[in-house]
Design a protein around this ligand. Structure first.
Ligand code: M6R
Length: 620
């Protein structure tokens, strides 16, 4: 959510910090700040601004403030409105300790009250400022940096990654991690600290992900790492995945558009990668990565999928894959709800955490809950190999989509679908429900669907840009309808429209229409209806379309070749080549995303960074 970028070395830091923050823009933010130890005056010098990073950059333009150690932050407001005062960095009373923070401090108010009573002066409404003052008072009490950090973390509750810059320690950055990821990039005589390796991955690929509950003293040529009891820890650096090297928009106007067009390749890479794990003589390597024995696979009775947002929609669609192809009962949970529901540890079950980022706070906490209450195997299905979920789950399934920068998820969603489809087929093979040959054919079906995903965009591109986007961007609200496997797809479509165009969109299973929502049908509220390729359900979808038209509703359908009855009812019909019935969402996905993207573009909105949203939701 918030973005952290820091530098220490022999070069001036401001350029690296601001460039790093720019790369984190995709995470979403509402204000930004920069602080360094001024190379001339040797004291902390800072600048903060409300709004986009460009405002901060303009503010700093021409100013001499720069140094060899500094840090910056993009804030996504949790405590206190978005304004300059609440932007990070925050300071102690003497303005000699600066702190930036990603996460949330729980019950900070109690600490703040005590500190205020002891004479500390506060300026902002943030939880973060409390950390600076608390650290100030602990340093005064302990006269020792490491002891003060130990005391600090013993008092802080919640989730946080922190970076401190202190006038008294001008040769080091102090980095603390508790339940919120932070990474150090190890360069030649220089170090970077960031919330995402994208910040520095074109300069160094050697990284240290701070283990949970640890802190690091980062100097330009060394790192000392400690646990929260001040015991030294071994530095286990690694190479960041080459896919995570910053590549920019590659000529596309927005990351979202680039990522829409990357889907076919991303799915192809993902499937090839999974197949490579089943190579000759590596019979169980696929299941090994998932942390499952063949015995567990064969006896699997229940699959639990826990996730949030778009990942939850992917899981809802995947429920059809697992139950239809592998005949395994599947339960899908919203992570934010799961955590507060009674937990029933089913025998012969597995928990799959579906998360593009592998960092979503609710999903991560759900994973921790399952692990703390049972021995049920946990698997992270994610796009981020270095993520906390990968580290903390028993096994993982890594998609090969490459970094997804646009806040609105596109290629991660389609890769999740392809991955879960592949997994359902693999399970069916192990259970003797599918032959290897059928598995191979299923993969071809998958690739046909992804081909259609792309070609349909080309078919409708001009029509969408010239006529449909201008026309539909003028409506204030939409209703989305789907049935069976198309219902969770309709949910995802409505979410996509809301995220990037800010147009209100309500989604229902089309069978529910007559139980209430039909009252909303009028000619000012376009209804977007997604078809299916199951004959029985298709007839019901047609009946639902008739219900809309009978009330003079405006109907747009995503239908398949030959579905004339439905097509003829529509005010506008996108017609898509037929695929396997379970792959209907994958075939419709590119067109839906492109349509929504163009509506947002028509409205002139900041598509890659919609208001109020953050890419990686690392707070509850
Ligand atoms: O990284 P995750 O898949 O765990 O993220 C879950 C949601 O926050 C995410 O899908 C969100 O809904 C996106 N903005 C959707 O476009």
């Amino acid at each position: 959510m918030c973005g952290i970028a820091a530098y220490i070395g022999k070069k001036k830091c401001r350029k690296y910090v601001l460039e790093g923050l720019q790369r984190l823009e995709y995470r979403g933010y509402d204000s930004a700040g920069f602080v360094c130890i001024d190379s001339q005056h040797k004291h902390l010098s800072f600048s903060k601004a409300k709004g986009r990073l460009s405002v901060l950059k303009d503010q700093l333009n021409g100013s001499p403030h720069d140094g060899f150690i500094g840090m910056g932050h993009t804030r996504w407001a949790t405590h206190g409105v978005a304004n300059e005062v609440n932007a990070h960095p925050h300071f102690d009373c003497k303005k000699s300790i600066a702190v930036i923070h990603n996460g949330i401090i729980e019950r900070y108010d109690e600490i703040r009250k005590k500190l205020k009573a002891a004479g500390h002066e506060f300026y902002s409404d943030t939880d973060t400022e409390t950390i600076a003052h608390l650290f100030e008072s602990l340093l005064a009490e302990h006269h020792d940096l490491k002891q003060a950090i130990k005391a600090l973390v013993s008092q802080l509750e919640g989730a946080y990654s922190l970076v401190f810059l202190m006038e008294d320690y001008p040769e080091q950055l102090i980095v603390v991690r508790h339940r919120s990821p932070v990474v150090v990039g190890i360069g030649e005589g220089e170090m970077f600290v960031a919330s995402d390796p994208l910040v520095f991955s074109d300069i160094t690929q050697k990284v240290l992900f701070l283990p949970d509950d640890s802190f690091a003293l980062v100097k330009e040529d060394s790192i000392s790492l400690y646990d929260f009891s001040n015991n030294p820890l071994k530095i286990e650096s690694r190479e960041v995945d080459a896919r995570y090297i910053h590549t920019g928009k590659s000529g596309f106007e927005h990351y979202m558009l680039k990522e829409i067009y990357e889907q076919k390749l991303a799915i192809d890479k993902t499937i090839r990668f999974y197949n490579s794990l089943n190579g000759e003589g590596l019979e169980d390597s696929f299941w090994d990565q998932l942390g499952l024995t063949l015995g567990q696979v064969k006896n699997l009775k229940t699959i639990n999928l826990v996730c949030a947002g778009t990942s939850w929609h992917a899981a809802r669609i995947a429920q059809f894959f697992f139950e239809t192809i592998a005949k395994i009962q599947t339960k899908v949970y919203l992570a934010s709800e799961f955590r507060y529901m009674p937990f029933f540890p089913d025998e012969n079950s597995v928990y799959i955490m579906v998360s593009q980022s592998g960092e979503t706070a609710d999903t991560l906490e759900a994973l921790r809950l399952v692990k703390s209450k049972s021995n049920i195997p946990t698997i992270a299905l994610t796009n981020t190999p270095s993520s906390t979920m990968v580290r903390e789950s028993d096994g993982f399934l890594l998609m090969q989509a490459g970094p997804e920068i646009a806040v609105a998820s596109t290629k991660a969603f389609s890769c999740q679908l392809a991955s879960l489809y592949y997994l359902a087929c693999k399970l069916a093979v192990e259970k003797g429900l599918m032959s290897e040959e059928q598995m191979r054919i299923s993969q071809e079906d998958l690739l046909v669907a992804t081909e259609i995903l792309e070609t349909t965009i080309e078919t409708y591109k001009d029509e969408i840009i010239k006529h449909l986007a201008p026309r539909y961007s003028s409506f204030d609200r939409f209703i989305f309808l789907g049935r069976h496997i198309s219902y969770p797809f309709a949910l995802e479509s409505a979410l996509k429209l809301k995220e990037v165009s800010y147009i209100f969109a309500q989604c229902y299973p089309s069978g529910e229409l007559k139980h209430g929502p039909i009252a909303l049908i009028d000619n000012k509220t376009p209804v977007i209806l997604f078809s299916v390729l199951d004959d029985v359900i298709y007839d019901k979808v047609v009946a639902n379309a008739q219900e809309v038209k009978a009330r003079l509703g405006h109907l747009v359908v995503f239908a398949f070749d030959g579905q004339e009855e439905l097509i003829n009812l529509a005010d506008y019909a996108f017609i898509i080549p037929k695929v396997k019935p379970l792959l209907v969402p994958l075939a419709m996905i590119g067109l839906m995303q492109f349509f929504v993207y163009q509506i947002a573009k028509e409205l002139g909105l900041p598509i890659d960074k919609p208001r109020n949203l953050a890419k990686s939701v690392t707070v509850e």
